[in-house]
Design a protein around this ligand. Structure first.
Ligand SMILES: [Zn+2]
Length: 242
């Protein structure tokens, strides 16, 4: 077994701490695109609803214009029929044209009713679109602020990562080479923290009890010791003095 000392273990713990910080910052940075996408998606969803409502408004406006045209045609026909009234020769013809005018007036009245209903719908749709436009505007501003905030965070994290990487290289250099090799091997096996303190004979890596004899030996910091359960490098952690 490789010889060990409190200091050697301490350098290993420091390396592990820095590396855990690096992983934490890397995870945060990896989440950045997801955060930006979520913000963008919310705005886009709202913009899509606005476009839909705007489309509905335009459809009602178009229907209104068509009714307006129909009403004009009906009025022109009424005018023409009135002109014809002056030129008719027989009473029968006169009655026929009067009936025609009557029908046209009824038709025109129906169109006008539809136009009024249309105007109500236009008013409501226009108000809804205006409200939604204001909401979209506010949402875009919020999204821009959030994106700027994410961008600031990303820059901070990137700078932090650069510092941590440097600290990690220094911490690795401070570890005894044989111990470092062993540490890397265990890291490969456990995929997590490779060095764990033992408190009250409990390995803090796997939370299982280690034999008391082994625990007693740990206090001496004589040789490199592994947890019999999880194979992590273990060391005795002095109890915190209150
Ligand atoms: Zn363990």
């Amino acid at each position: 077994m490789a010889s060990i000392s409190r200091e050697k273990i301490q350098s290993l713990v420091e390396l592990q701490t820095v590396e855990a910080d690096i992983r934490r910052v890397e995870t945060l940075l990896a989440g950045t695109p997801v955060k930006v996408a979520a913000v963008t998606l919310e705005v886009e969803a709202f913009e899509a609803t606005l476009a839909e409502e705007d489309g509905q408004l335009q459809a009602v406006q178009k229907a209104y214009r068509e009714q307006e045209r129909e009403a004009q045609v009906a009025l022109a026909q009424i005018r023409k029929s009135n002109e014809r009234l002056a030129t008719v020769k027989t009473n029968k013809e006169y009655q026929l044209i009067l009936k025609e005018i009557d029908d046209l007036k009824r038709k025109n009245s129906l169109i006008e009713d539809e136009m009024l209903a249309c105007l109500d719908r236009i008013e409501a749709a226009d108000a809804a679109v205006k409200q939604k436009k204001a909401q979209v505007l506010a949402l875009r501003q919020t999204a821009d602020r959030q994106k700027a905030e994410i961008e600031r965070e990303t820059q901070q994290l990137t700078a932090q990562l650069t510092d941590l990487a440097q600290a990690g290289r220094e911490a690795a250099r401070a570890v005894d080479p044989i111990l470092l090799e062993c540490f890397r091997r265990v890291q490969e096996q456990v995929k997590q923290r490779a060095v764990a303190p033992v408190v009250d004979a409990v390995c803090q890596g796997c939370h299982l009890n280690i034999p008391w004899q082994l625990f007693n030996e740990l206090h001496r910091f004589d040789e490199l010791t592994f947890c019999p359960h999880c194979r992590r490098i273990i060391f005795c952690q002095e109890e915190e003095k209150a």
